[in-house]
Design a protein. Sequence first.
Length: 306
Amino acid sequence: MERLLDAMEQRLYGQKTNIRLMAAALLAGGHVLLEGVPGLGKTKMARTLAALMGGEYRRIQFTPDLMPSDITGSVIFHMKESEFQTVRGPVFANIVLADEINRSGPKTQAALLEAMEERQVTINGTTHRLPEPFLVVATQNPLEYEGTYPLPEAQLDRFLFKLTLDYPGEEQERQILREHVPFETEREQAAVPALSLEDIREAKARAAEVVASDSIIAYITAVIRKTRESKRLQLGASPRAGIAVLNASKAWAALEGRNYVTPDDVKLVARPALRHRLLLTPQAELEGGNGDHVVQETLAAVPVPR
């Protein structure tokens, strides 16, 4: 996994933490929602990860006229063979980029989110398993809301992490310009995989074996329950959010080369794992608050185990 992370950091500047969190999501078996203005490298991040892990990559551009069958697949009648044939959709890949997911209607969004949750799709009554590993990276623009269908809280809850991409620093931006490669040339010089899909599956198995002590379990529980007491929230974190924090903490510990979880692991993954699962009150939104602020306040208020 270190080979994978090093190779990604050589191609994506200024996103070290987000790169590691995306790798942690892969190990934890979760999915990622990327939010940022256009041009920050959201698509390139997903494409680079797929190339370096030797996996199959598919990009789905979400538009208002996109249908669920355009994602999952359909059954067609093959005239020459005189039989029905199943045509699998782009969701059958290791890395699926759902670009601008909030530009399609709720029915289409639900088709993808069902595949994320169940790891399978049903086409004309037949169930098909999705490949393993399977990671959905969805993107959305935080500025443009005209003609969009915002994801409701129940669907946002299906994402392990919500990662926010910001502008790179000055030196990092110089580096981007200095080493810019046109897309056609970049495609011709395809990245050599840093590891195989079997390596990923083995790493996921090791991450699942990372130990979380009773004190860590109690700490995560206290953090989750504390969010429900915040007067700035209409809706606090659910038990599923606690499971997300636990799984993400294990994956982060595995990336750090440890077989046990520390409180620092929990603190690091808490914001990306909880920020999209908290529903602020209108008053808190008017005051400029967000989920990150509430998570930070919660972590500060809960005693850290020793």
